[in-house]
Structure formats: structure tokens, C-alpha cells
Design a binder for this molecule. Structure first.
Ligand code: PLP
Length: 388
């Protein structure tokens, strides 16, 4: 057989490999504490689950429009208006099976040999994987601890070449928990005025997971780039719905139809009852979101406080998402062997920084989407291990 060359370059997301290994160790009787995978440990709020059950009972069993049910596309536009006071035409909203699907579609649309695509490093691993898959050249935007893991507008603009087609941004960010301040985003958008042909993919999937009074700055609120902005968002993190496979994107009018056609070719439409559940998530009570974020905040403080007491470890306080990205250079360990040994010897699952890009060396990622008790137990095991 001769699969096309692109498949020799496709990468993956090591968090899923760690998840599988953690499950194997747990099945063998090990007491595993999973701080590896990035998903809320809460169940989906019951009103949302009920909406899906009702949709099934009401007979929503067939295909929906490829773009999503109109009620949901309208609810997405209304939600964006409520939160960011910005207008979005529901006709430009595409309902997709997961946040990942938007990056997949956007990168396929702009990536090809000879094109450059900028993406954050450390960053979500699928950005680079998909860029390489298309044959485009991946250009990392360094995300630095000394910059509190925000991206730098000047550095990002300095990486643009005549071949740059797409810039991928992510704030609040995975894996570092960084939040890029408004002034920096203002500066970037101003600089992009000199590059009117470059598209921007803004991954805002953690937009409600912010702490210490931080406010989300959506790229949607910059009228100057609206005609070339692709917004990635979804329900996975905010509403604890990772397994439902639901997401949405907002596309510029000029390329919306290309994205719609990819949907028709690849997945036809998103699971119908899941779309009705998503509608309830956006239009029903939001208390569960507030409660989850408050609990994440408590765990965030606990995680950072405990990490900073471990030998050789230092951790700045992340302002968003649900990840801590401690610097482990003082332990003498390389990041990936440390993460592997922590899992095998102590049952604590974390992810080595290099799984998010070359600049991730010297760090590991901990997801604090786990109970306070488990966080305490995990950090105690790490202390014991690092003190040996
Ligand atoms: N974007 C970022 C930055 C993420 O961290 C994730 C999931 O971890 C996604 C997108 C994908 O989300 P989904 O599970 O909805 O595909």
C-alpha cells in the first residue's frame, strides 16, 4: 500500500497516550492520580444532559443541516453578543464536532507546501501536527515564562514572512495557563494592519476560565480583523462536555462556504441531540459554570502553592485555563523522563513539556481539574519522589 506522504508527518496528542497508560496501570491495581488529561472532572450539568435526553425522546434522530441547527447558531451569536458586546451573523457560525475540528479545518484551508503558519510553542500539539500534515512550514511563536506565558506582539510580528498565511493564537492558553494582556493584543492587531492577507485563527476555548479578575479579550472585538478572523470555541471545557464532541467556529464570510463544504464531505453534521444539549448550555442557567470556575480557582492556588514547596521546582501563578506549568530545571531531570517516572513509580500522571513543543523542555504540565484531595496526594508523592 502507498498512503500519501502527509501521513508520515502527522503527529498526535501525547495526553491521550498518557491517559491510556494511566488506565492500564489503574487496571493493574495501581492507585493512579490523573493530572495529565485536560478535561473538567465534573459531570455535565444535569439540565444539559436532560436536554439531550429530551431531544432523543422528541425524535431528533436524523441529520441536521451541515452547519448546525439554526437555533444553536443563533444562540452562539447571542452568547457572543452577551459576553463581548460584538455582533456576529449566525450565518457565519459553524457547529462542529469538537474544538479540534476548527483548527483542523482552518489549517487544511491555509496550509500547503510553500506556506508558513505561525503557532504558539509551547502550545496545543495538534497545531503543529496539522501544519506539518499539510506540508506548510511550522513557525513557532515562543511562549516564555519571563513573559508570564503570554505571547509577545513584537516577537509574533517579527516572525511574519512573505509566505505567512495563517497565525494561530491561544489565550487563555494550554499548556501554560498564560493570558495575553489587552495591550499586547491591541499592539498585535495594529501590526497586522500591515499584513492584510494573513488569516488569524484565535483559539478561545478557555475563554471563561480566568482568575484574579482577568477579563477575556476576544479577537472578535477588533473590527479591523473581522474579515480574516476564524474564532475557535466550544462547549468541552466551559460546560464539562469533552466527550460530547461539540464545538463551534465563526468564519469570515469569504471562506465560510469552504468550511461548510468540508463539513459536508467529512462529518455531515454534529450529533443532533448533542446540539440540543449545547443550546440548553448556552441559554439555560450559568451557575454551574461559575461554580466550576470558582473551584478551579481554589485548586489553582493550592497546586501552585504546593508546587513551589517541591525541591527544584518553581511555578508562576497561571491566570487562565486549568493548567500549571512548573519549571523543573532545578530537579536535574529532563521533562519527559520525569513525567514518565512519576507515572510509573508514583502513579501521578502529568505531561512532559516537550509534548507541547521544543520550548516546553524544562517544564511539565499539571492539569488541576482534579479534586483538592487528589492534588494534595499527588503533590505529596511528587515531593517524596523528588527528595529521593
Ligand atoms: N484548543 C485547545 C487550546 C485545547 O486545549 C483543546 C483541548 O484540550 C482544544 C482546542 C480541543 O477541544 P475539543 O476537546 O473540544 O476538541
Amino acid at each position: 500500500m502507498k498512503p500519501v506522504d502527509n501521513f508520515t508527518r502527522i503527529g498526535e496528542e501525547n495526553a491521550f497516550t498518557v491517559l491510556a497508560r494511566a488506565a492500564t496501570l489503574a487496571a493493574q491495581g495501581m492507585d493512579v492520580i490523573n493530572l495529565g488529561i485536560g478535561q473538567p472532572d465534573f459531570p455535565t450539568p444535569p439540565n444539559i444532559v436532560e436536554a439531550a435526553v429530551k431531544a432523543l425522546r422528541d425524535g431528533h434522530h436524523g441529520y441536521t443541516p451541515a452547519t448546525g441547527i439554526p437555533q444553536l447558531r443563533e444562540a452562539v451569536a447571542a452568547d457572543l453578543h452577551r459576553r463581548f458586546a460584538t455582533d456576529t451573523n449566525p450565518d457565519h457560525v459553524l457547529i462542529v464536532p469538537g474544538g479540534k475540528v476548527t483548527m483542523f479545518t482552518a489549517i487544511l484551508m491555509f496550509g500547503e507546501p510553500g506556506a508558513d503558519i505561525l503557532y504558539p510553542d509551547p502550545g496545543f500539539p495538534i497545531y503543529r501536527s496539522m501544519i506539518e500534515f499539510t506540508g506548510a512550514r511550522p513557525i513557532p511563536i515562543p511562549i516564555r515564562e519571563e513573559n508570564a506565558f503570554a505571547f509577545s506582539a513584537d516577537e509574533t510580528l517579527s516572525l511574519i514572512t512573505p509566505e505567512t498565511r495563517l497565525i494561530i493564537l491561544n489565550s487563555p492558553a494550554n499548556p501554560c495557563g498564560g493570558v495575553t494582556p489587552r495591550a499586547e493584543i491591541d499592539k498585535l492587531v495594529a501590526g497586522l494592519a500591515n499584513h492584510p492577507d494573513i488569516a488569524i485563527l484565535s483559539d478561545e476555548i478557555y475563554d471563561q476560565m480566568l482568575y484574579d479578575g482577568e477579563e477575556h479579550v476576544s479577537l472578535l472585538t477588533y473590527p479591523d480583523i473581522r474579515d480574516r478572523l476564524i474564532l475557535l470555541n466550544g462547549w468541552s471545557k466551559t460546560y464539562a462536555m469533552t466527550g460530547w464532541r461539540l464545538g463551534y467556529s465563526v468564519w469570515p464570510e469569504e471562506i465560510f462556504d469552504k468550511a461548510r463544504k468540508l463539513a459536508v464531505n467529512a462529518w455531515s453534521c454534529v450529533n443532533a441531540p448533542a446540539q440540543w444539549a449545547a443550546l440548553e448550555a448556552l441559554t439555560g442557567p450559568q451557575d454551574a459554570v461559575t461554580e466550576m470556575v470558582a473551584e478551579f480557582d481554589t485548586r489553582r492556588k493550592l497546586t501552585v502553592e504546593l508546587l513551589n514547596t517541591l525541591p527544584g521546582v518553581s511555578c508562576i501563578t497561571p491566570k487562565g485555563a486549568f493548567y500549571a506549568f512548573p519549571n523543573i530545571t532545578g530537579t536535574g531531570w529532563k521533562a519527559k523522563p520525569l513525567a514518565a517516572e512519576l507515572l510509573e513509580k508514583t502513579g501521578v500522571a502529568t505531561i512532559g513539556g516537550p509534548d507541547f513543543g521544543v520550548l516546553g523542555e524544562g517544564y511539565i504540565r499539571l492539569s488541576y481539574a482534579n479534586s483538592q484531595e487528589n492534588i494534595r496526594r499527588a503533590l505529596e508523592r511528587m515531593r517524596e519522589f523528588l527528595s529521593r
